[in-house]
Design a binder for this molecule. Structure first.
Ligand code: PEP
Length: 253
């Protein structure tokens, strides 16, 4: 069965103390309310992974994800963090291919395919981000761009490995801008993604695939977005830094 997921991407925010208190606040609110069986993932900066993974063991509603990993498992890569290191802290997920990594760190589909392989080899589930820029949407090539990101980033995987992937459709023009894709725009792309996956891997894999929407999702627009048939939750940036907003998005299902 397809899983509904809300994942928070804290990006490069929250020092050590603020991160622990934000997590504790989210965790406290969640344990005092009844929500559905949607999974909640928090993806903080690396410095928080170990302590939050420990805290997450107490509140088993929340899982922890990293925001990136290196494509190699170890070696002379000063300043980098590897998938085995992340896994060793009890972390289960890793965001790969976020548009900020693509844009500011030059990560392309071919590098990302290697990162996906290394993550899976180390039992981390990738949350693989895809999405078009405003220029690409205005040029009406967004479906082409997304298809290429899928083909080059994850479609090299055998079926059994692909089954561990979570996809996130994040139109770049909607990230951190306050501009959200309309539910219809997002649904159109999510349905396209699921169809592409079905063509490649068959209907069982496609129907079980979780596809998140990301891009200025907030407590006001989450309900309508999540009610679309092919939107299975959200990857949340800005709104995941406020415990109340993040939990309200989780409650939007
Ligand atoms: C993101 O960075 O993945 C994101 C969706 O950011 P925001 O919600 O702030 O647009």
């Amino acid at each position: 069965m397809r899983k509904n997921i809300v994942a928070g991407n804290w990006k490069m925010n929250m020092d050590y103390t603020s991160g622990v208190s934000l997590f504790s606040e989210i965790s406290n609110i969640l344990s005092n309310i009844v929500t559905g069986d949607q999974e909640v993932i928090v993806c903080p900066p690396y410095i928080h992974l170990n302590s939050l993974a420990q805290l997450a063991k107490v509140n088993n509603r929340i899982s922890i994800g990293a925001q990136n990993c290196h494509q190699a498992e170890s070696g002379a890569f000063t300043g980098e963090i590897s998938a085995p290191m992340i896994k060793s802290m009890g972390v289960e997920y890793v965001i790969l291919g976020h548009s900020e990594r693509r844009q500011y760190f030059g990560e392309d589909n071919f590098l990302l395919a290697q990162k996906v392989d290394t993550a899976l080899k180390n039992y981390l589930r990738p949350i693989f981000c895809i999405g078009e820029t405003l220029e690409q949407r205005n040029g009406n090539i967004h479906f082409q761009v997304i298809k290429q990101q899928l083909e080059e980033g994850v479609f090299h995987l055998p079926k059994d490995d692909f089954a561990h992937i979570i996809l996130a459709y994040e139109p770049v023009w909607a990230i951190g801008t306050g501009l959200t894709a309309t539910p219809e725009q997002a649904q159109e792309v999510h349905a396209f993604i699921r169809k592409e996956v079905e063509t490649k891997y068959g209907s069982t894999i496609a129907n079980n695939l979780t596809i998140l929407y990301g891009g200025s999702c907030n407590p006001k627009n989450a309900k309508e977005l999540f009610s679309q048939p092919d939107i299975d939750g959200g990857l949340i940036g800005g709104a995941s830094l406020k415990a109340r907003d993040f939990v309200d998005i989780i409650k939007a299902f």
